[in-house]
Design a protein around this ligand. Structure first.
Ligand code: SAM
Length: 446
């Protein structure tokens, strides 16, 4: 079984593990946990994560169950002898946490006080998953997000044992999701182990960064990354066929790469594919049909891709746009003795009263949403044991039924358009031998 934290994570956090630190809602920081290097004069020496919620020596993240809440520690950079020594050597002596930015201290040799004083905030330490990685990864390009890739992976039939071709690799968001789909960590059958992602990236800098990540995340057995321009050079890996049955193209001009994803030698534009004389290797599994998805932001790109897919014999061509909405479910105080401007309780007796009432409700909703936003933002900076009182709410308001009616509404800042997804299928080829073998196996009408 794989040792990748994405596929077989340990039960508790360990040194060397990739961890995703949840700072606030939709705010994540990936870190690689480091063991402290020892205790010197009552100080722990080691790496510190500095955030606006406080400072967190890596030692406080270690050997805890994933999902644990971690309180901030009082951190001292060794303002006495150590600081003087650093100053003398010309090194950075800034106090971690003094600035607002989240920084995983690279110095690796700061001194942190062993006994923590009153914590100023807390964070949560989360086990890596492709979804969290997509939210936390360093963006080198536009990435494919979870609502799109979960749908794509199901449509191209990615499952344990599937061999996927992906181009370009970009920031590796799709790569991490697809590797989990084709290799589920605990293979059930021997053929499950065949699952692999063959990824291609043209940009050299991105190729190297992605290669480093694949090694750091222990995915090298399951992801083969090639530095290549796939328009010109196609998809063979070290001269051999990846035998893929699933393809995902996130390229500026996917139609330029399609001629290589064929069962026959690539033809020039406008030519009909000719029978091959046997010296051309296809990157596809010859015994299975192949499912493809291309990801393009404009309809003009879609049209060129669809034309080329049809020319090359792909069938079941269709296009989908995923319009993802996140819906908040919350309690809202509506219709509970709302006073109108005259101080009387409102009853929807006439139209004017109803309009007044709607205005009040709108105001209340705005206040509630603002309070909710502040609460989400501040939650991490508040001592969790005080959470009920910290927001100044009365004991009675803690009861769910007293907090209002349950309502749901989509979030304001919706990402409407990501890209158009074009899907198609290339059927397997059928020969005289296949027909004879099939007839022998299933002798219909005999
Ligand atoms: N799907 C990726 C993800 O989820 O992180 C993002 C892909 S990004 C939008 C497109 C990538 O395709 C870029 O990194 C670009 O360098 C690469 N690319 C463009 N043309 C290419 C080509 N001819 N061959 C290989 N890669 C190419």
């Amino acid at each position: 079984a794989s040792s990748s934290p994405f596929l077989n994570p340990s039960a508790r956090s360990r040194p060397g593990d990739l961890a995703i630190v949840l700072l606030a809602r939709d705010s994540y920081q990936p870190i690689t946990l480091e063991q402290s290097t020892g205790v010197v004069d009552g100080y722990v020496e080691g790496k510190v994560l500095n955030t606006r919620f406080g400072s967190f020596p890596h030692s406080t993240f270690l050997d805890v169950p994933w999902g644990s809440q971690i309180r901030a520690s009082h951190v001292d950079t060794g303002s006495r002898g150590r600081k003087r020594k650093l100053e003398a050597s010309g090194e950075d002596t800034s106090i971690p946490g003094a600035d607002d930015e989240t920084k995983d201290s690279e110095a690796g040799n700061q001194l942190t006080r062993k006994a923590a004083s009153a914590p100023s905030g807390f964070v949560h330490i989360l086990k890596p998953s492709p979804e969290l990685w997509t939210s936390a990864l360093p963006h080198r390009t536009q990435v494919v997000y979870t609502p799109d890739y979960s749908y794509i992976l199901s449509r191209i039939r990615a499952r344990p044992g599937t061999r996927i071709i992906e181009a370009g690799a970009g920031s590796g968001s799709f790569t991490h999701a697809s590797v989990r789909a084709v290799y589920n960590g605990l293979p059930q059958k021997p053929e499950d182990k065949k699952g692999k992602v063959f990824s291609f990236e043209f940009n050299e800098d991105r190729y190297h960064k992605m290669q480093d990540e694949i090694f750091e995340h222990k995915l090298a057995d399951m992801v083969h990354l090639t530095h290549r321009d796939v328009y010109g050079e196609g998809f063979l890996v070290e001269g051999k066929s990846p035998e893929a049955t699933a393809i995902f193209l996130d390229l500026p001009a996917p139609w330029k790469a399609l001629k290589h994803i064929s069962r026959r030698r690539p033809q020039k534009d406008g030519e009909t594919p000719k029978p091959d004389n046997g010296d051309w290797i296809s990157p596809l599994d010859p015994k299975k049909s192949v499912h493809i998805c291309t990801f393009s932001p404009c309809i003009e790109q879609v049209m060129r891709t669809v034309t080329e897919l049809r020319r090359l014999g792909w069938v079941d061509v269709d296009m989908v746009e995923v319009a993802h909405k996140r819906i908040n479910v919350l309690r809202e105080k509506v219709g509970l003795n709302l006073p109108n401007k005259k101080g009387c309780n409102l009853t929807p007796a006439n139209v004017m009263e109803s309009i007044d009432r709607l205005k009040v409700i709108n105001e209340k909703t705005k206040d509630f949403n603002n309070a909710q936003k502040e609460k989400d933002g501040d939650a991490m900076a508040v001592d969790p044991s005080d959470s009920g009182k910290a927001n100044g709410r009365e004991e009675e308001d803690e009861k769910p039924w007293a907090q209002g009616r349950v309502v749901h509404r989509p979030e304001g800042e919706l990402k409407t358009h990501t890209s158009y997804l074009v899907f198609a299928v290339l059927p397997r080829e059928w020969s005289e031998e296949d027909e004879a073998a099939a007839s022998a196996k299933w002798p219909c009408g005999k």
